[in-house]
Design a protein around this ligand. Structure first.
Ligand code: URA
Length: 249
């Protein structure tokens, strides 16, 4: 189970300095997911994501649109705190990302808000920065499924920059509208390698030589537009997986 695996993870050296693995928390059946960067000192102590000042701001912004933590699922790109809150290293992201894909696959969110540059770049497989992308939703394949990706400034960055906070608030206010769009059309099963994230690529028969997520990162040309849909798939209901599979409840 992904939870058990992550909680005992020793894939990268961060396990030597962490206090707790911060797996993620919230509603495992949520339509809306937030993906931050990495646990900070408070998160590392408590084992929960966004419990410090940035988390308080996230709660406030959620409250302003009539939502709370229990309505959403919150997680990070890295499950362990980088010492001194330094930026995540590429090798750490590489070894940790598999947990993230599996979490997305299990929770099956409709909308994913990436918070800041690290999660935005990882989920978009592209180096474009958050300043150019925030507040604009797009359909992307994540964890083998189409989701509405809605990048936002990181709340920690907005804490000390009033103009950024205003932008974050404006973008947040559009979230109900983005959620109301509902689930995007899903790609055809077993189809094009260009559509999948790393895990999807593993399974894509058309490209047997292409490995996991790192292989895809090295070949940005493999990323492509959303696939053609079978007409009957366009309104197919999404079958949700039991929250218990996440090992949280
Ligand atoms: N910043 C993050 O990106 N994640 C947390 O959990 C806390 C602060």
């Amino acid at each position: 189970m992904v939870y058990d695996e992550a909680m005992g993870c020793v894939r990268c050296p961060l396990h030597e300095t962490r206090t707790t693995v911060v797996f993620g928390a919230g509603n495992a059946d949520a339509e809306l997911m937030f993906i931050g960067e990495a646990p900070g000192a408070n998160e590392d102590k408590q084992g929960l994501p966004f419990v410090g000042q940035a988390g308080k701001l996230l709660d406030k912004l959620l409250a302003e649109i009539g939502m709370e933590r229990r309505d959403v699922f919150v997680l990070n790109v890295l499950k362990c705190r980088p010492p001194g809150n330094r930026d995540p290293h590429p090798a750490e992201i590489e070894s940790c990302q598999d947990y993230l894909w599996r979490q997305v696959e299990l929770i099956e969110p409709t909308v994913i808000c990436t918070l800041g540059n690290f999660s935005t770049k990882l989920l978009r497989r592209d180096g474009t920065g958050i300043s150019r992308l925030h507040g604009v939703e797009e359909v992307r394949i994540v964890g083998g499924r189409a989701v509405r990706l809605y990048p936002l400034f990181h709340p920690a960055a907005a804490l000390y920059t009033p103009r950024m906070l205003e932008t974050l608030r404006t973008d947040f206010r559009r979230l109900p509208e983005v959620l109301a769009l509902g689930p995007p059309p899903q790609p055809r099963v077993g189809a094009e390698p260009a559509l999948a994230d790393g895990r999807g690529l593993d399974a894509a028969p058309a490209l047997p030589d292409v490995g996991g997520a790192s292989a895809e990162l090295a070949q940005p040309d493999l990323l492509g537009p959303i696939p053609e849909l079978e007409p009957e798939q366009q309104s197919a209901p999404i079958e949700r997986k039991p929250a218990a599979q996440l090992g949280l409840f």
